[in-house]
Design a protein around this ligand. Structure first.
Ligand code: ADP
Length: 692
């Protein structure tokens, strides 16, 4: 059985509105998606109406109708509610438009309502005590067939107005024609598929599809068409059928509210409630004691409240439009002609039967319900909140749906919130653990750095101290023993001691530079002057064949920096580059103002040997140097790193892609505030090569 309502998976957003509103529990939630179960669906269209995402779609009837039209002699009948749906067009203009669309006849279903109403009247008169549930509403009939089959015997065994007129048309008025019904109801699509109805109705179109059909058939400017009248037979009172109590009035049955014999049951909730009560009566054998004998049932608030009724007009306005349309026609239609037509078709058999299509599913035992409830932590009655967020009226109802494969355990909102809270708490705990672990890691890395620094200092200072000691002992022994020493020899030894002592002083000086970096003394700095000065310091007194290229972008705002520290960092980088180009090359120093990011960027680019891949990770580690002993301390780049860090910037190095040599890049954010308290020297931060 193909579904009348389907779900568009992409659009469904797990709100469960359709689950909540479906009277026949025909929505199954699978992997979070609410889909219609065709075998359980009564096609009432409530899910279509409540879905705010338009995820529920009604089957497309247009292709079938177009095919019927192409075959010829295809007639159409309009549900009586069309007079309320036509607005702002006039009902007569819709009739005219349908003729232009190619229908060979345009009929009013209201005449079918007149015929059916007469059957009800006859039945009532014949046996006023026969328990009767009216049958024009296909959703109501289907509901009873599927969920209350013990009541089938009480459904009035008559065609709906649609099927009745279809039969009259095909049997008596236009044998051989095909018949299309247009109305506000999705359940009519299902009714037309019923084996007892399908010979008389070939296709059903909803009011929503009507404008699409007219457009496809090239019918435009409907508002400028003149009104046209339906093809006969015309209705008399059947037009009031789509209004609650319409059947009672058309059939001229008593509809006095004080009269208990007849009761109208309007709307889904009232209908389901009455069905449940009647079932109970049947089960307990109390049906004969019912005071009400005639139930006029409707799933919607009359067909004018049908799911495919266009526009947002109120119930009252719709009713007024129907009545106005009926009144306007009474002026030119003849009651005598109507009575003659009623007589003409009085012998058409309008009886039908309703099949048992029971869809009741196996009910879980109490133990099974408890087991399912326990899966969402509902262990006692107090845990069952019955909040209805899942779409079911109670936790137990939902547990039943889970058992029957229509719902998923996770659909429980309080359970999910509880689970989420648990997850948040556990995430918070692991975040706390991680923060502690990170702090510990930083502590041990600092200790490791200090150890590394101490070892480096010891190693670097120990060698020259050793040399100083050897030469000092040598000199003392020579003095003690009176060994003759030439002034040159003496001078050379003292020179050695002085050189090594100087080396120690250089190392200690470098360490002192670190200590200074704990504080940034910012002032407005002219970047052009700063860069030129850094290059000048290195260049002074050098006689080399290096081409110096200094560029400072314009405009370049005055920037707040620690001038001395930045000068030291830049000159360190320039000095390294120059020293690595002993035979000459090009040194370019650029300072750029990145306005959008409010960053100052320095690039020191050389055409020297470049940085071997294996050195990249060690560049900023203290005491890493490739220079010969006595020449380099391996403290220049770590000092630069510390200075840049204190300015909250980044420093990185890379080999040039378009030529030999390397480039060092410093980026300093300008608009940022200083750290509130000076942190430890950059040297003691974890060091891992490319620094940020
Ligand atoms: P030092 O200059 O005392 O060796 P640095 O920390 O300044 O100490 O430099 C460490 C090492 O980084 C250098 O010995 C060198 O191997 C490498 N280096 C620095 N600048 C450059 C550069 N421009 N090109 C290639 N290697 C460089």
């Amino acid at each position: 059985m193909s579904a009348i309502v389907t779900t568009s998976r992409d659009l469904c957003r797990r709100c469960y509105s359709c689950v909540r509103r479906c009277p026949s529990k025909a929505i199954r939630v699978r992997a979070g998606q609410a889909e219609v179960m065709p075998e359980r669906c009564v096609a009432c269209g409530r899910c279509v109406r409540v879905c705010s995402q338009n995820a529920k779609q009604v089957v497309d009837n247009l292709p079938a109708v177009r095919e019927l039209l192409s075959k010829g002699d295809c007639v159409v009948m309009l549900a009586p509610s069309f007079a309320a749906a036509a607005h702002p067009l006039r009902p007569g203009q819709i009739v005219a438009a349908l003729r232009r669309a190619g229908f060979s006849g345009v009929y009013e279903t209201a005449f079918g309502a007149d015929l059916v109403a007469r059957k009800y009247r006859e039945r009532y008169e014949r046996d006023p005590f026969a328990l009767t549930i009216t049958s024009p509403c296909p959703a109501a009939n289907t509901y009873i067939q599927k969920y209350a089959p013990e009541l089938i015997e009480f459904i009035a065994p008559f065609f709906s107005p649609m099927a009745a007129l279809g039969k009259v048309l095909k049997q008596r008025i236009r044998p051989g024609c095909s018949v299309v019904f247009v109305g506000p109801c999705t359940a009519k699509i299902s009714e037309a598929r019923d084996p007892e109805v399908s010979p008389w109705i070939d296709a059903v179109l909803t009011f929503y599809e009507l404008s699409g059909l007219l457009a496809l058939r090239g019918v435009r400017d409907v508002e400028s068409l003149d009104d046209e009248e339906f093809d006969p037979p015309h209705s008399w009172t059947g037009g009031i059928f789509p209004v609650p109590r319409g059947l009672l009035r058309t059939a001229e049955l008593p509809d006095d509210l004080l009269d208990n014999d007849v009761s109208d049951v309007i709307g889904t909730d009232a209908f389901v409630d009455v069905v449940e009560r009647l079932r109970e009566r049947v089960r307990t054998n109390h049906i004969a004691e019912l005071e009400t004998r005639f139930f006029d049932v409707m799933f919607c608030r009359g067909c004018i409240g049908g799911p495919m009724m266009p526009g947002s007009a109120s119930y009252l306005t719709r009713k007024e439009r129907i009545v106005a349309w009926m009144r306007s026609r009474r002026a030119h239609l003849s009651r005598t002609e109507w009575e003659q037509a009623m007589e003409r078709y009085a012998d058409v058999d309008l009886t039908r039967s309703f099949e048992d299509d029971c869809q009741r599913t196996i009910e879980p035992t109490e133990a099974q319900i408890r087991q399912i409830l326990a899966r969402t932590n509902k262990l006692t009655a107090a845990d069952e909140l019955d909040c209805r967020a899942c779409g079911y009226r109670s936790c137990r109802d939902k547990a039943r749906a889970v058992f029957q494969g229509r719902a998923e355990v996770e659909m429980c909102l309080p359970y999910l919130i509880e689970k989420l809270q648990g997850m948040v708490e556990s995430l918070n705990r692991s975040h706390q653990d991680l923060t502690e672990a990170q702090a510990q890691l930083i502590r041990s890395e600092r200790l490791a750095s200090m150890g590394q620094l101490a070892a480096g200092i010891a190693h670097e200072v120990n060698n020259p101290l050793g040399t100083i000691l050897i030469y000092a002992h040598l000199l003392r022994d020579q003095v003690d023993c009176g060994t003759p020493v030439t002034p040159e020899g003496l001078r050379s030894d003292i020179q050695m001691i002085l050189g090594e002592a100087k080396r120690c002083k250089g190392i200690v000086g470098g360490l002192l530079d670190f200590a200074r970096q704990n504080k940034v003394n910012r002032s407005e700095v002219d970047v052009g002057t700063l860069v030129r000065e850094a290059v000048g310091i290195v260049k002074a007194g050098r006689d080399d064949s290096i081409r110096y290229d200094v560029v400072v972008s314009d405009p370049m705002p005055a920037v707040s920096l620690d001038r001395d520290q930045m000068l030291q960092a830049l000159s360190n980088l320039v000095r390294n580059a120059v020293e690595l180009m002993p035979t000459g090359g090009t040194l370019s120093v650029r300072a750029d103002w990145l306005a959008e990011r409010r960053e100052l960027r320095f690039r020191i680019r050389d055409s020297g040997p470049g940085i071997p891949e294996e050195h990249m990770q060690k560049l900023f580690s203290p005491f890493f140097t490739t220079k010969p002993v006595g020449k380099g301390t391996g403290l220049g780049l770590p000092i630069c790193y510390g200075i840049v860090k204190m300015h909250r910037g980044t420093i990185s190095a890379f080999n040039n892609e378009d030529g030999p040599g390397a480039t060092f890049e410093i980026v300093i954010p300008v608009a940022q505030e200083e750290p509130s308290a000076p942190t430890a020297n950059g040297f003691f931060q974890p060091i891992d090569g490319g620094m940020t």
